[in-house]
Design a protein around this ligand. Structure first.
Ligand code: SF4
Length: 471
């Protein structure tokens, strides 16, 4: 009998991408194989996000779309996990009774058992826990990349930002022990990974649970001691907890990349207070100054929310002022909209949609203008690009390979014999607001070719050669 096939469909942030790799790894360990594009999968898993606007409509739309396929394939199963499943609890199977399994953010590891139970009992299974069972990082994984990996250092968040639903869905911050994290990084590097991204809702509070405020800086430095690990990144930092020892560790650890994605959210102190973001614009800009003093080539990106309840024209002007002063290399910009279940949803003075949209356009124009100017300063410079899977692009007849520079800028390379996982050095020949083109390839450092991505089970490899917005 051929093995049952699966497809995982991911919505939302890096945390969900990371969880989806674990979901895929768990299913493969249980004997499932990934469905190829042409196949109707035996199991479809939706890893949902509750942060985005209309997340519910999108989920139920997708589920409705799948109903005829499921009717035509009676053995097919549908599972729904992630933040929306945690938030909506049992109501998913009431609204979509053809869903076989609903699991939450705290019990990803239960999925294979729940699928099996639903099949045997011919009944929907709903299992949602209030607290984390095991760190997702200790579960097997099927990584999307052979060369880059996410490494979770903490889950949950102790902050209470009024626009964010994460704390109520992911719980209080739980920190993994440094030894566990470093063991995982070593195992990944042994398997060919050269770039890791340390992942937590607030990496700068890492260590609070076990009483070591310097734990994150120490972790960065420890990653610097790992032979073969060429690139270390992290997300998301929080300006409140961002300390100078982390800046020193970044600057003094050669494999920690000169890039920082630090959410601003608003440049108005009044709005930051209403958001319960316990830093102010001066502190934010002060951190950036110190980062740039220590790492002059650092590219700094951010998240900004426009139209938070009560935001005035003057507040918005302050955001524009901070954006100008910060000279971001890029920004994820969001138009505020009410998210059910968050404190901000009940605040008075919701800003009219047309005013939000108008401010948003001004912000995007400014961000793009600055990013383009910053990118143009790199014309003629040599950049080192880790060639990535799946980020290529077609320019007319030219198929370009693409990847990320050390500062995390997206770079499209001239056609050359590099393959994903190689490190190419190339001179920048064109700059756009959101990417660079490097047509003058100077060198390619070849790495061992791999055919497919390994399945890793808690440090043991069971398959062979073969990846807040809100914080
Ligand atoms: S926005 Fe980030 S820091 Fe704030 S509550 Fe949400 S997860 Fe925590």
């Amino acid at each position: 009998m051929s093995p049952r096939t699966y497809d995982v469909r991911t919505f939302g942030c890096q945390m969900n991408v990371h969880d989806s790799e674990r979901i895929a790894g768990l299913l493969e360990q249980a004997g499932y194989v990934k469905a190829d594009g042409a196949q109707t999968p035996d199991v479809v898993v939706f890893n949902t996000c509750a942060v985005r606007e209309n997340a519910d409509n999108r989920l139920y739309g997708n589920l409705g779309h799948l109903l005829p396929t499921k009717k035509a394939n009676p053995g097919m199963q549908i599972a729904v996990g992630g933040c929306l499943a945690q938030k909506d609890r049992g109501t998913i199977v009431e609204r979509a009774p053809w869903v076989d399994v609903v699991f939450g953010t705290h019990n990803v590891g239960s999925l294979p058992v729940l699928l099996e139970r639903a099949r045997i009992e011919q009944e929907s299974q709903v299992e949602l826990l209030e607290a984390l069972e095991v760190f997702p990082s200790t579960l097997p994984a099927r990584r999307e990349s052979a060369y880059r990996a996410w490494v979770s250092i903490s889950v949950g968040c102790n902050n209470t930002c009024t626009f964010c639903i994460v704390p109520s869905l992911r719980g209080k911050e739980r920190d993994r022990r440094p030894g566990d994290i470093l063991r995982e990084v070593h195992a990944l590097v042994d398997d060919g990974v050269i770039e890791i991204t340390l992942l937590g809702q607030n990496v700068n509070s890492y260590g609070a649970e076990f009483g070591d405020k310097a734990a994150f800086a120490k972790l960065l430095r420890a990653c610097g001691d790992i032979d073969g690990l060429e690139r270390v990144r992290f997300t998301s930092p929080h300006p409140r907890d961002f300390t100078d020892d982390v800046i020193d560790a970044m600057a003094e650890t050669p494999n920690v990349m000169p890039s920082l994605h630090m959410p601003l959210q608003s440049g108005s102190d009044r709005v930051l207070k209403a958001m319960r973001r316990s830093y102010r614009a001066d502190r934010y800009l002060g951190i950036l100054d110190r980062v740039r003093a220590a790492m002059p080539d650092a590219a700094i990106t951010t998240d900004v929310i426009v139209g938070f309840p009560g935001e005035t024209d003057d507040d918005f002007a302050r955001t524009l002022d901070v954006v100008r002063a910060a000279r971001f290399a890029g920004a994820f910009t969001f138009q505020y909209s009410k998210r059910p279940g968050t404190p901000a949803a009940d605040l008075p003075d919701q800003v009219p949609a047309d005013a939000v949209a108008h401010r948003y356009r001004q912000l995007v124009e400014l961000v793009d203008d600055i990013a383009w100017t910053e990118n143009k300063t790199l014309l003629g410079a040599a950049v080192e690009v880790l060639v990535a899977e799946g980020e290529g692009r077609k320019d007319g007849a030219t198929h370009r390979l693409s990847g990320r520079a050390r500062d995390n800028r997206l770079v499209h390379l001239a056609a050359c014999d590099a393959v994903p996982g190689d490190v190419a050095t190339a001179r920048v020949t064109y700059a756009a607001p959101h990417h660079l083109v490097a047509d003058d390839v100077l060198a390619v450092r070849r790495r061992t070719a791999r055919e497919s991505v390994p399945v890793q089970a808690a440090g043991v490899f069971v398959g062979m050669p073969s990846f807040a917005d809100r914080c």
